[in-house]
Design a binder for this molecule. Structure first.
Ligand code: NAD
Length: 370
């Protein structure tokens, strides 16, 4: 029997409710695939501040690093909102753990569930076949480059004084480009075997190096994967015009930040979006939504983004592709049968098909064994 250890970080708000459904479903998957999942629960975010004074206690880091994968639900809430820089904030826990685990690749799948077609703001005919993975570089580029403000010798400010200028720097090293490109090519081999590398090589030097390195790696190690270059402004347009053309999209930090938000809206619902952050060690999986404090404790949260994060964990950390496919198919079948949590229900959903968190998790678990 294979054993995998999972560090669970239920966090705040609806976090504990959706985590319970993930554990339930993993129990079923473990039995079907002769695998034992062991769980080490730890504190992160607001609850960690309440119990230890720190949003990322040392014990959490130790448990996360020792695990085969980390499954995080969500953190934060109005109780811990503060503008006092001296006070701890839940997000510090999230940023801290991503940094400590050296996670440099963020993967966000965007997949159309036919049953949820009406939830998108695009016309259905544009959405058929949408199933892509955005791979965003997470630790380089503009967000981490040198930045500053200085007096502008060339111009005055409108208030009569000397003007200021500000700059941010987009810098990438070859090793940073190569490792994110490798993540994208490897992910593509598990999917449609096609990578769009998105850059702004007609203007930016960092993009020209990006393109060079991606092509070199492709030629040496991944020539079986189709590689296409696309300029970022064109990608922004193509995501709306013909989103089904994409399989894997790999890009630098800021382009990825913007494009992944744009792409995530193709399918319409926050309760359905999963993500993975990968590095060279333990990876972290989490739904894209927050802790939904407005509905916490009511038993109505949608657990499907969390279950789709479990699907990614099975695929990327445990290489359990069959189990991941089964879980994806079970979720799709439950939706096709008309079951909805409140956030993905519409005017046409019959009241008896609208279920709570526990029932939705149960329906997916039942599907897995049927
Ligand atoms: P949110 O994602 O928590 O909620 C936005 C809206 O979507 C709410 O109406 C909520 O009820 C709904 N929603 C979200 N997830 C849902 C689910 N699974 N099922 C049903 N409905 C769902 O975003 P927000 O309200 O802007 O933020 C709330 C808190 O979450 C804040 O403290 C914020 O800082 C935090 N947050 C955390 C993360 C994270 O943990 N990664 C991400 C975003 C926001």
């Amino acid at each position: 029997m294979t054993t995998y250890s999972i560090c669970l970080l239920p966090g705040d708000g609806i976090g504990p409710e959706i985590t319970a459904e993930a554990v339930k479903v993993l129990g079923v998957i473990g039995k079907r695939h002769a695998t034992e999942f062991t769980f080490a629960e730890a504190l992160l975010g607001g609850i960690a501040i309440d119990e230890t004074g720190s949003p990322l206690p040392e014990d959490t880091l130790v448990k996360a690093k020792a695990a085969d994968a980390v499954l995080l639900a969500a953190i934060g809430g109005p109780k811990w909102d503060t503008t006092d820089p001296a006070k701890p904030r839940p997000e510090q826990g999230l940023l801290g753990i991503r940094k400590a685990l050296e996670l440099y690749a963020n993967l966000r799948p965007v997949k159309l569930f036919p049953a949820l077609l009406a939830a998108s703001s695009l016309k259905p005919e544009y959405l058929e076949g949408v199933d892509m993975l955005i791979v965003r570089e997470l630790t380089g580029g503009l967000y981490f480059g040198a930045r500053d403000r200085e007096t502008d010798v060339a111009g005055a400010s409108s208030d009569g004084g000397p003007g200021m200028r500000a700059y941010d720097t987009m810098a990438y090293s070859e090793f940073e480009i190569e490792r994110i490109a490798r993540t994208a090519f490897e992910a593509a081999r598990l999917r449609g075997c096609k990578v769009h590398s998105v850059d702004k090589a007609n203007v930016l030097e960092s993009s020209r190096l990006w393109r060079e390195v991606v092509h070199r790696l492709h030629a040496v190690e991944f020539s079986d994967v189709e590689l296409l270059d696309q300029l970022v402004d064109n990608t922004a347009m193509q995501l709306i015009r013909n989103p089904a053309q994409f399989d894997v999209v790999v890009t630098e930090n800021m382009f990825g930040d913007i494009l992944s938000d744009e792409a995530s809206m193709l399918t319409g619902s926050l309760g359905m979006l999963a993500s993975a952050s990968l590095g060279d060690g333990t990876a972290l999986y989490e739904p894209s939504h927050g802790s939904a404090p407005d509905i916490a404790g009511q038993g109505i949260a949608n657990p499907l983004a969390m279950l789709l994060s479990v699907e990614m964990m099975l695929r990327y950390s445990f290489a359990m592709n069959d189990a991941a496919d089964e879980l994806a198919a079970a979720i799709e079948a439950v939706l096709a049968d008309g079951w909805r949590t409140r956030d993905i229900a519409d005017a046409e959903t019959p009241a008896e098909r609208i279920v709570g968190t526990v029932a939705m998790g149960g329906l997916v678990a039942e599907r897995l064994v049927s």
